[in-house]
Design a protein around this ligand. Structure first.
Ligand code: SF4
Length: 353
């Protein structure tokens, strides 16, 4: 598969006058300085010297709400990326913004500067959740923005959050299903993290907001992941990276941050998919003729569970939790965990011999 490198250009809180309860953009990006177009140029130059033959190279504006900048500011940044794209040094330009900061004037400008992908911070399709999180837009803004974005022919992505105030498993599932209906090419799933110096932190301290437990966050994210994945939507990210938040001590409160959150979610998906396969194999093994060990004792058949290399650690589970679970649940069977790279990501096979 052709490689795809992303050059991230963070524009912390720049362009965003909003005050979402969970947001401390300066802390999320661990950067406080305003980034200028010239900074963007030197960020791209630095990355280009290290990328080598990276396949597709994409410059991505992350952080605040890009299209909330004035048109002049947007144009200054985009003039830099267009110059690099026109020279063939980068292939794609990507930015993230809010659904209510999309209109025809903005999209005309993005088109003129050869932007490829617009990622919308949707967070939830449940208006109760959006209001309780002080997002300042409704789900209607999302449908309107996506309709326009599609009309202009941009690729687009949708970011969703799990565990916002007023959120439930049902509203998470509804948000994933609505996302599928809009058919973005990519999605990101972020469990809510309570950051210092946010309204959410005050709500947490006063008891008005109770963060999800890690288990709840994983199980809700898992359901959303399955819906998006089954629809063929690329899930670019699950959970924040440590480098997104570490950098200013004390940024993490509550229990929903985990450095391997994606593995926790994919490990649960693997467990759900593998368990019935082993159960069926264990039943078949019971009916097989038993071979004997040299000492005459019973030698149960070997049950092998297979995944590709990429999903092997998900099959085993974080800190081998799935392996331990299966060995206990199917005690008396000889289980082996093996690799078969002909299997697709997230697909498993069980054999008996
Ligand atoms: S719109 Fe984005 S950057 Fe602005 S306050 Fe909300 S989360 Fe933060």
């Amino acid at each position: 598969m052709k490689k795809h490198a992303i050059i991230p250009i963070f524009i912390p809180h720049k362009g965003c006058p909003n005050d979402c309860v969970f947001c401390n953009q300066r802390k999320i990006t661990a950067r406080t300085d305003d980034v200028t177009a010239e900074d963007a140029r030197s960020i791209i130059d630095t990355w280009l010297t290290t990328l080598g033959d990276a396949g597709t190279v994409e410059a991505a504006f992350y952080g605040g709400s890009f299209t909330g900048l004035t048109i002049n500011e947007q144009s200054e940044f985009l003039a830099v990326t267009k110059e690099y794209k026109d020279k063939g040094l980068i292939d794609k330009v990507h930015l993230s913004t809010r659904p209510d900061y999309i209109d025809r004037d903005i999209l005309d400008n993005l088109k003129a500067f050869s932007v490829d992908t617009i990622e919308l911070g949707v967070q939830s399709f449940d208006d109760v959740v959006l209001k309780a999180s002080n997002r300042g837009h409704t789900s209607a803004d999302v449908y309107r923005a996506v309709k326009l974005i599609r009309e202009y022919g941009f690729e687009f992505g949708i970011q969703l959050m799990i565990g916002l105030p007023g959120d439930s498993l049902e509203s998470c599932i509804m948000s994933a299903e609505e996302t599928v209906k809009l058919a973005p090419s990519l999605a990101r799933l972020y469990p809510t993290i309570v950051l210092d110096d946010t309204k959410l932190y005050d709500m947490y301290v006063s008891g008005e907001y109770v963060p999800l437990t890690r288990r709840e966050a994983v199980m809700r994210t898992k359901e959303m992941y399955k819906i998006l994945d089954d629809a063929g939507i690329t899930i670019m990210r699950v959970g924040l990276k440590s480098t997104d938040i570490i950098g200013e001590g004390g940024a993490i409160n509550g229990g929903t941050y985990h450095p391997a959150f994606r593995q926790l979610v994919e490990g649960e998906i693997a467990k759900d998919r593998i368990e019935p396969l082993i159960a069926e194999a264990a039943l078949a093994a019971q009916n097989m003729e038993r071979r004997k060990n040299p000492d005459g004792s019973d030698k149960p058949p070997e049950i092998s569970i297979w995944s590709n290399t990429k999903w092997y650690s998900n099959m085993i589970g974080h800190k081998a939790c799935n392996k331990l679970y299966f060995c206990e649940r199917f005690a008396g069977n000889r289980l082996h965990f093996r690799i078969n790279d002909e299997l697709e990501d997230g697909k498993f096979m069980v054999t008996i011999e």
